[in-house]
Design a protein around this ligand. Structure first.
Ligand SMILES: [Zn+2]
Length: 101
């Protein structure tokens, strides 16, 4: 399984499935929006976070998530759950309300 990292806006629940085969670990480090004080918790599979190369191999993924969070600022950080394996960032959007408002 390739390294997968999820970013969940603090104070919100994950919208999609967490990237964990066994046990999810929340990293001490958070990613914050450079334009406001919204921050995202980072969730990784426990075993992957314990990997000796994790710090290095997670860098490109963190860069992608950081960019996605920054882009999300323009839409009020409506996406509270991002996930990436290093190529694309998946956005988990909350289900739209049944009737428009
Ligand atoms: Zn922001």
């Amino acid at each position: 399984m390739g390294l997968k990292i999820a970013a969940i806006q603090s104070g919100t629940e994950p919208v999609g499935k967490l990237p964990s085969g066994s046990f999810p670990k929340t990293l001490e480090m958070q990613l914050g929006c450079p334009k406001c004080d919204v921050s995202y918790n980072l969730i990784v599979d426990w075993d992957q976070a314990a990997d000796r190369w994790f710090e290095e191999s997670s860098q490109p993924l963190l860069r992608l998530l950081k960019k996605a969070i920054f882009m999300g600022h323009s839409t009020d950080h409506r996406v509270t759950h991002f996930e990436t394996e290093g190529v694309v960032v998946t956005s988990f959007a909350k289900a739209a309300p049944a009737s428009g408002g």
